[in-house]
Design a binder for this molecule. Sequence first.
Ligand SMILES: Nc1ncnc2c1ncn2[C@@H]1O[C@H](COP(=O)(O)OP(=O)(O)OP(=O)(O)O)[C@@H](O)[C@H]1O
Ligand SMILES: [Mg+2]
Length: 259
Amino acid sequence: MKKVKKRTRMLVRKKVLPKVVGKSASGVDRVPVGIGEFDSLIGGGFVKDSTNLLVGGSGSGKTIFATQFLISAMQKGEKCLYVTFEEKKAQFYENMLSLGWDLKVYEEKGLFTFLEYTPIKVKTMLEEGGGTIESIILNKKIRRIVIDSITSFALLFEDELSQRAAALSLFGMIRDWDCTSLLTLEEEPFDKNKKTSRAIEFEVDSILVFYFVRDEKERQRYLEVLKMRGTNHSREVFPFSVVKNGIVVGKKSVSRAFE
Ligand SMILES: Nc1ncnc2c1ncn2[C@@H]1O[C@H](COP(=O)(O)OP(=O)(O)OP(=O)(O)O)[C@@H](O)[C@H]1O
Ligand SMILES: [Mg+2]
């Protein structure tokens, strides 16, 4: 009797769970970020199993956006991994709680894994294969991964060629894990002397840019999609804000230039 009940519960749960992956008009599987106005700019979401890069300066909203990408999946029962080289777990959980996201609860449900890692360990993983990240992803059947940020990893490589080879190898690995990934890159979008991003930018499937610029009275946040392979994405710049429950993207684009 107990077994029957358990099975029924599982079936009900399966049926009730909304799909986390949808198809866009072009027939490509899409993984929604979970921010309505943003998803509509990119044809419904990131391309499934793609590697996506979010570039922005300090405080521009990268970590919040990346966490929201995971929260929206976990709300639907999907398992997520957040890898960081910089954030401390307790501080990060506390910051996200201020946006109403209780990561401890998701962790207890087995949906969220926080992994503090070192860039060197990632390098070893690429050279030797496997490692902690891979076993977490395969054992827990992780579907979305955030690496926040990729900057210090990129800085391990001195020249552009070795940076590009490392990026290729890392992104290839992520693709093989059947994961849709979002990597953040700490860099002022206007910086003409970019040290890290060129090699990475070539290899990722999409690039989002966040601007946090001073208007007359105060700083405002803006975003744009610089590239997204296989997607007829918006080419306009939209304002966005960080509010109580995360990021809200404005409906109207702006006509200002950020160069
Ligand atoms: N609960 C909140 N309500 C409103 N705004 C918030 C809230 N929490 C954070 N913010 C805003 O978001 C900013 C931090 O955003 P976030 O951590 O995503 O930036 P980041 O681009 O990851 O920065 P860094 O490069 O330093 O990691 C804060 O400086 C603040 O302006
Ligand atoms: Mg951050």
